[in-house]
Design a protein around this ligand. Structure first.
Ligand SMILES: C[S@@+](CC[C@H](N)C(=O)[O-])C[C@H]1O[C@@H](n2cnc3c(N)ncnc32)[C@H](O)[C@@H]1O
Length: 115
């Protein structure tokens, strides 16, 4: 299964509503279900959705400046891209992001949340 089920969808929706970020970044959109969930949670908030065609090394400083975001605690990052989760965690923390949700689709179908 590629897309999220009800449990992870609700979790993502709830955390987005709870955090009320100024920007949401998603890596791994597939057919757009999680993008839709983020949109339902925060109808007016910008979403940056990354696909495998985007470069690995994004200049987040200029991306955030373009959107007028200076406080990284106002950004929610959601990973659901089948990449190495430890690598993603390190990349996100190195870039200064603080609110991370990593969806890990193993046999256990875990969700790790750093609120
Ligand atoms: C589990 S699916 C995403 C499911 C989606 N979040 C949903 O709710 O339906 C994983 C997606 O990650 C994408 N992907 C693979 N490598 C990627 C990368 N390096 N960067 C971003 N997305 C990637 C795949 O194309 C695939 O669409």
């Amino acid at each position: 299964m590629y897309g999220m089920g009800f449990d992870h969808s609700f979790g993502l929706w709830f955390m987005a509503r709870w955090l009320k970020p100024d920007l949401m970044i998603e890596s791994g959109a597939f057919k757009g279900h999680s993008t839709w969930v983020l949109r339902q949670a925060m109808p007016e908030t910008w979403i940056i959705s990354l696909s495998p065609r985007h470069p690995e090394n994004v200049d987040w400083g200029s991306v955030l400046m373009k959107r007028g975001i200076s406080d990284l605690s106002q950004v929610l990052v959601f990973f659901d891209d089948h990449q190495n989760e430890l690598k993603r965690l390190k990349q996100a923390l190195t870039a200064g992001f603080q609110h991370l949700i990593l969806r890990i689709t193993t046999i256990l179908d875990l969700e790790i949340i750093i609120p």
